[in-house]
Write a protein that binds this ligand. Sequence first.
Ligand code: PHE
Length: 448
Amino acid sequence: SASQQGDGKGAGERFSSSGFILAAIGSAVGLGNMWKFPYITGLYGGAAFFLLFIICLLVVGLPVLLAELAVGRGGRGNASTSLIRLSGNRLWGGFGFITILGAFVILSFYAVVAGWTIHYAVLSFTGKLFEHNDYAALFTGFIGGWMPLLWQFIVMFLTGFIIIRGVSAGIERFNKVLIPGLVILLLVLAVRALTLEGAGEGVSFFLRPDFSELTAESALVALGHAFFSLSLGMGAMMTYGAYVDKRQSLGLATLAIGAGDLIYAFLAGLIIFPTTFVFGLEASQGPGLVFVALPAAFSAMPLGSLFGGLFFVLLAFAALTSTVSLLEVPVAFVREAFGWSRKFSVVLLTVLCFLLGVPSALSLGNKVPALTFGGKPFFDWMDFVCSNIILPLGGLVVTLFVGYAWKGASEEAGLSPWWFRLWLFMLRYIAPILVLLVVLYSAGIITL
Ligand code: PHE
């Protein structure tokens, strides 16, 4: 029944205090930090873009993150029912459902990219990666072939395998091991990158802003990425919020998650930019950056197959802590809506999500021409619609809900009066306007 999952006091369906922070950081930290963040920083303005991203994180990201966590804990349901319970209005549940659909769709192609990283980890550890010299051709050949399907399947399988054990024995335990482990790996790799001869140029590209590099588009991309990186607008933080203890301070949790997300992005930049510049590679080459530039760099480095392997394993694990949070969103929904068991819900949704991801995996490299339309492969369409439209719209739903509709927000968030007023101001007047701009611009309704 709904109350069984929704308000169940079952210890297995609640996070411990540190477990929650680590799981939420695990959700936030993923391909967004280590694959997408470096390449969009390379494309949209280097250090100046990084600064914009930090501002978006603080001004819009953190307020919306706190809003999602508070709604989840206040409603103790999934991303749709929590909104209904808190407002008494089913319409909000329908809006919340958009975020659940978004999580499911994003997971379908996110798992494809996560799969690539496992493939590259294997290639690197076995030394096979370094038998090549044209890494761009290797990458396009690989993603255009059939292999990605296998890896995508493995990612979905592992994701289902973890969450089938439930919130505390599955999600929490997995994150508690991985998140600290990842920091250590990242630090090792950052030291390696920063001690390369000539690392300074990459560091200054990443950390010395040149504001003439910024365009209006940079600002919108930075804002969209702040949402993506903090796992907002996809129901993930609302869903995790429902498993949080009442005694936990959500304000402090928000700061910890934001700081965690930023630290991982920062370290990723400190690894990728020095390496890219030292080896004379192109920082603005787009999505291939970590798959094309880094192998070239690792191949020219002593112990490169070890460092390369570690890097891609790190990427794969970071991705898995995010896929876990994405799958939990629709799982929580179907359990509550249909009363299904966790086991059955996980198996069913894992299979369905894998199937939805198949066209994404197969659309690259033009082996199935029907999967490319309007000049974009199916994969790019999924990414575009999710990142630029569903995700900001989902964020807008939560923002407006907490800003205007929910009377109990103050009590649930537990902020001091001053912070509460600032939070509400951001949610009412700043975040909705900026987010709306992203949606309108992405949909082509306004141009800059
Ligand atoms: N935040 C994750 C990342 O940076 C992606 C994600 C988005 C996860 C939305 C959950 C929900 O990779």
